[in-house]
Design a protein around this ligand. Sequence first.
Ligand code: S3P
Length: 424
Amino acid sequence: MNIKPLRGEIVVPGDKSISHRSIMFSALAEGTSEITDFLSGADCLSTIDCFRRMGIDINLEQNHVLVHGNGLDGLKAPNQILDAGNSGTTVRLLSGILAGQQFASQITGDASIQKRPMNRIIEPLSKMHAAIQSDRANGCAPLSISPSQLRGITYHSPVASAQVKSCVLLAGMYANSPTTVIEPALSRNHTELMLSGFGAEITSHNFTATINPRPKLHAMKIQVPGDISSAAYFIAAALLIPNSEVLIKNVGLNPTRDGIIKVAQSMNGDIRFQNKRIVSGEPVCDLLVKHSNLKAANIGGTDLIPTLIDEIPIIAVMACFAQGTTVIKDAQELKVKESNRIDAMCLNLNRMGAQITPTDDGMIIEGGKPLHASSLVTTHNDHRTAMAMTIAGLAIGTKNPLDNSDCVFVSYPNFFDDLHQLLQ
Ligand code: S3P
């Protein structure tokens, strides 16, 4: 079969996690913040919508944003329930902020959000004396939050989750004493990096982060680095498809996010770093990726998994084409993402003839089985499944039919355009 190589260069869109935070922290700062290379994906637009509903003036043009912040106490009561859409980051981080407000609020999201676990934030926020409850008493959104005086706590989080950590630290800005979060492993640290840039007193060491209450946040200029989670699809495609060579420019390489690179290299992937630099306090570089004959890997460990948790769907695709058996473990968090990604990837890749067995905390993948086109990809409206399964099809020279291709708008609105550009 004649499989077209990927050649040329792309600039992946802005980082989703950093884009969310840039809006939230700018809204709570005094003055006008300017954000460039913002990710105008559906999730981050949900965050903008929530803050507009709380009186924040936000101008968005293309990927350029001006946020006119009103200070720590400058939000207004929303006149309707806040809608986070498909975005877990919006619900969880915003709940931490809402817990500290002098007004009551409600927040919810789409069908997927209404199934995702919120007790992981309700519990620590309640320990801080927040008045937060799950409206249906099922530990999920919609959540109702009433005003209360928060107290600082030391929270031992049972999960390495940046959403939980950030939620508690943001609530900590409104507490009466310092708040500390201790994680079992270090989750992405964009909140700590960016919030201290805005002027918060925040210290972090190993798995512990502490914030002092009542910071005075000042407006900033932020350039959002490219999203390594979006780059991951093109890293995989270039590695898998013979004769490919792709330069992926402006990729954020924060060490709490770069597990995909380490794993791809351990699988024999040819990835080179060019033009390493720091952008808005985050390490960034260009990645030159060339086709490689991949071999299987053992992927696990509580330190590694949080650094590539969102990339496991595409890593599973890579493993199908690698020689040998890949074992992914310690990744039970995959079950509570936008969909159950263990089940979704096993179902969809097995439909193509792959041999994958789901486990309680990951999957076992026998690489090198001959794959055929999928009859239908069941995305469960999950952007990462849609993009990973598109690359799986491309790697055998076919176009996998997706039951919903629009879900890529959540994190990568131009995904299909960028792909076609590299296939020219
Ligand atoms: C995110 C944290 C991660 C990640 C999600 C974005 C963030 O979730 O999977 O896509 O922006 O803080 P968890 O905190 O649930 O691990």
